[in-house]
Design a protein around this ligand. Sequence first.
Ligand code: MN
Length: 488
Amino acid sequence: MSDVKSKLIDGATGPWEIVLGLEVHAQVASKAKLFSGAAVGFGAGPNEQVSFVDAAMPGMLPVINRRCVEQAVITGLGLKAKINEWSRFDRKNYFYPDLPQGYQISQFKDPIVGEGLIEVERDDGSVFVVRIERLHLEQDAGKSIHDLDPNATMVDLNRAGTALMEIVSYPDMRSSEEAAAYVKKLRSILRYLGTCDGDMEKGNLRADVNVSVRRPGDPLGTRCEIKNVNSYRYIQQAIEYEARRQVAIIEDGGTIRQETRLFDPGKGETRSMRSKEEAHDYRYFPDPDLLPLVLDPDWIKAIEAGLPELPDAKRARLVEQYGLSTYDAGVLVIEQARADYFERAAAGRDAKLVANWVTNELLARLAKDGLEIDASPIPSNDVAGLVKLLEDGVISSKIAKEVFEHMWAGEGTPAAIVEARGLTQVSDTGALETLIDGLIAANPGQAEAVKAKPQAVGWFVGQVMKATAGKANPATVNAILRARLAGD
Ligand code: MN
């Protein structure tokens, strides 16, 4: 299953392999923070969502949010991972103005979720497996804002204490495309599960990318970690730049220093942020304010029983139930709303035809306008209606594209549009025969050519379509032409 496909870098001294592992921070979908009752939300005014716990006022104690624990368990199960019935919170000590506690409450040795795996599709449809090392719960920090005042740094603690799931992969990816595909798939699964909204623009899903290079077959090289990359494109750009930077250093006789780097999207470069602390620099120790987290196995079982159908299972079902290609099914299931839309439109219709209209015309059109399918101006009913007109031979596929444009413009149901615009296909054999006889009489040379070489009939089909503004039924036209122009 996991066929490794390295995209090698051509160095001055030979080929290099890129090795990638990702730590994804996913904001837990919950109403309140991990250890306080303060609201989680985007768009509130500065410091409007900060409790005394989040501000680390003296004597305040953290209380675990059950919903956040449940979301972590749901996610672990969705990643086919081991749920640890016993886990513990640790303090990760460091100073930063937007971390008033002076430590982040995280999980170090005993995370809530252990090893799992994700199957990821490449663009060519092949599949590779990324192993998950762990998932732990931790607090997010606040935000330091350096560009509002020339002489001061502002601190906004709205994010401080918000629950994050840090999902750590093994270094199983070998190209920037694989890394982006992995994040895309992970995001899809989280959205299906409802445990993270996956909004990368708002920073609710962001990746730390560990990049190293090596000669194919060699042991792992020294890695650099690129922090907080929040789009697929930036992930790819950062990796491409960083891998080439490392190759150039090694080929120059240098060595890679393990460090944390930042990606600058404006310049398309990574730059050094700090040399990577070893874990012991954080002086992790169990948080004395919190008891170990002990989960009831029956509770875990109940959660597992309630999991939704996930993308892989849904894709397999769409292929099986509707006869779709794996590729089309994959395009549909990446977003649950797309798959739901397709299934509503496909009920009782030619499902492959429906899939074609959704994946080709509709999704392309939505992408052009930057819309998701929930905001489609064309309801699923109308795609079903359009396909019904095609199935019944009322319109040709060429006319269907025209009808689709009018549907997009909000002119009504496909049937109403066809009616109002007189787009009904001409299947009237008598009228088409008259037209075709006229064309043959006017073009004897072409007619002889078709008799000698039947494939040349396309010219006549084209003329008929032109004369009927595309409304002639192609099957009827072809049948008449075959009868009239049969070879001697
Ligand atoms: Mn973290």
